[in-house]
Design a protein around this ligand. Structure first.
Ligand SMILES: [Zn+2]
Length: 124
């Protein structure tokens, strides 16, 4: 999957659309930045992790009001956003996650990485 910027960060669980969450980005060079909206500039600045663990967020689909959810955002590396897979626990770039097949008003991303999903379907 891919995501558009900016990504608005939210608290987990109910009311994710309403609650903004301020998180601390911890960069490799030791600097920190507090934000509730992730933009491309955050990725361009360097590699970072999110203090306190991964967060959820959403971005708006270009040209529409539709909001698309991104779960388990874990940081940024080499200019790419990382998502944490709850299954293998690894933080991987967004493009190693499939898009969810479900398309609803509440479209959301796939939480497990493609590798875990493929393994699951193979072993069934
Ligand atoms: Zn995985």
């Amino acid at each position: 999957m891919s995501a558009e910027f900016p990504i608005h960060l939210t608290d987990r669980g109910k009311g994710w659309r309403k609650t903004r969450k301020n998180v601390r980005l911890e960069y490799e060079d030791g600097t920190c930045l507090d934000t509730s909206v992730l933009g491309e500039s955050h990725l361009e600045r360097g590699n970072f992790t999110i203090s306190g663990g991964s967060v959820n967020g959403y971005y708006a689909e270009p040209g529409s009001d539709k909001k698309i959810r991104v779960t388990n955002i874990a940081g940024g590396r080499d200019g790419r956003l990382l998502k944490e897979c709850p299954h293998c626990g690894e933080a991987k770039p967004l493009d190693e996650f499939d898009d969810s097949g479900r398309v609803t008003d509440d479209q959301r991303d796939q939480s497990q990485c493609s590798e875990c999903r493929n393994r699951y379907y193979r072993e069934r």
